[in-house]
Every structure is written in C-alpha cells, then in structure tokens.
Design a protein around this ligand. Structure first.
Ligand code: 5RP
Length: 262
C-alpha cells in the first residue's frame, strides 16, 4: 500500500501519477523503463481499466513491454506507431536545460529512439535526480560485444581531450557475466564525475566505431515532472518557461499497489 512506500518511492509515484494526466484518449505513448516509469505504466493501466482510456503504448524495453501487457495497455511496436504523441520516461540525472543522463536500467538505446520519435518527451523523476552539472552518475554507453575492450580503450583515450573530470570506465555486469541489452550489446559506464560540455561529448562518443549510442539526451526532453516525498509535484516546461507546483493525494488502489509484491 502507498503508506508503506519510502519517501523516494512516493516521490516517484506522484511524479508518475501527475505525468499520466498528460495522456489523452487516442494517443500513441512511448513508455519508459525503470522504477519511476514502472509507476507510470501502472497508473496508465489503471486509467485504461477504470476510466476506459484508449491508448497504444510503445515500450522501451522487454521489461516495460511485459508490465504494460500485464496492466492491460495495448502494446504496439515503434514501426507500427511510426510516430508518437508523447513519451514519458525516467532519468538518472537532469540539469537546468533538461539535458539528461539515462541508461541506468540499460535501455538507453530504445529509450532514445522512442523519445526522439515523439512530439513531446516528459521526464518523471524524484528531486534527487536534479543536478547542476551532469556526470556524477556514471554515463552509460552501449557498445557492441565485438572488440569491446578495444572500444573501451579508445573511449578512455578520447576522454583525455574532453571537458570531464574523470575518464575511467567499467563494463556493466549482471552477476558474473556482462550485462546484455535487449539488442544483445554491452554497456560501458563512464565515471566522468562532471561533464562540462554534454552536447560535444555526446557527438564525439557516437563517432567511435563500436559505440552504438550514449546515454546523454540533449534537446530531447521538453518537460520534467519532479516528485517530492511529501506528495508535492513540480511541473517545469522548458519551452514555455513555466513552473507549476501542486500536491497530490495518495489514493490507495489495490489494483495499482498490488504490483509492489513483484
Ligand atoms: C533506464 C533509464 C531509467 O529511466 C533511469 O535509470 C531511471 O531509473 P529509475 O526511475 O529506476 O530511477 O534510463 O535505462
């Protein structure tokens, strides 16, 4: 039940619940990946079941696809949707320009493709994700398995000339095996500490052979919905330059919170 949620989970929940209000009948919606996005999917599932909301969802990972189907959202592929009205996703960090670091859950490639193919991207996050400069959270980059150690060495060497404070990297693991993305690739986490020029870094990294995509989302996010542990929600719109704050009540719903035991 919601009363048992930690303050961080409450913050994620209220951000997701507020963002779900942006979803309208008939929309094709990109569904993000991660714990905050999972709340969004549950909220939308509830709206589909209880309010008759009619949407088609394009998930950004196999995990999200499974959850979306479980809660009753019609799932279609990006190619079936062709273009999306809205994508709602979490983030690992966001700065004042709504540049993002994403990929903590390993789904950055599909997340970036889906968000870029959307009229609007809304990020949902607890206030702890806001930073002055990106980079404290390790930057994930997706690399193909072939020659990944050579790619890693090339990336680290290139970082010498970049505006970053650290340049070590680690291969993400899943137990004693390398983590595999939905596309069968690996993730290198770059420990940069501070990224001075995210736009430049994103361009340079993506030029390297072996790199599929990086977790920097530049000029993609339009709106951030920030949740607080006490139920407050702040909606910041970068295009309109508006900030609105409100408080959401926790409404206990067996349908929504029963998924917590998963
Ligand atoms: C997955 C992501 C997630 O959006 C990001 O890691 C945030 O996750 P959470 O909402 O669990 O904190 O980019 O690839």
């Amino acid at each position: 039940m919601s009363g048992d949620l930690s303050p961080i989970d409450k913050a994620k929940f209220v951000a997701a619940k507020r963002a779900a209000q942006f979803v309208e009948d008939g929309m094709r919606v990109g569904l993000g990946t991660g714990s905050t996005a999972a709340w969004l999917v549950r909220c939308l599932g509830e709206m589909v079941r209880d309010d008759g909301l009619k949407i088609r969802g394009v998930p950004t990972s196999s995990r999200t696809a499974q959850l979306a189907r479980e809660v009753g959202i019609e799932v279609i592929s990006l190619d079936e949707a062709k273009w999306l009205d809205l994508t709602i996703d979490g983030a690992d960090e966001f700065d004042g320009e709504l540049n993002l670091t994403k990929g903590g859950g390993g789904a950055l490639l599909q997340e970036k493709i889906v968000a870029t193919a959307s009229d609007q991207m809304i990020v949902i996050a607890d206030i702890g994700k806001e930073v002055e400069h990106l980079g404290a959270f390790p930057l994930p980059i997706e690399v193909i398995p072939f020659g990944w150690q050579t790619t890693q060495a090339l990336v680290e060497e290139t970082l010498i000339s970049m505006d970053v404070l650290g340049r070590s990297s680690t291969l993400r693991m899943n137990g004693d095996r390398p983590f595999m993305t939905d596309e069968g690739n690996h993730i290198l986490d770059l420990h940069l500490n501070r990224i001075g020029n995210p736009r430049q870094l994103a361009l340079v990294i993506n030029q390297m052979p072996g790199v599929v995509e990086n977790g920097l989302f530049i000029d993609i996010c339009d709106t951030v919905v920030i949740g607080y542990g006490d139920g407050r929600v702040e909606v910041r719109d970068i295009n309109q330059g508006t900030v609105a704050t409100e408080r959401l009540d926790f409404v206990e719903s067996d349908n929504l919170f029963s998924y917590l035991s998963d």
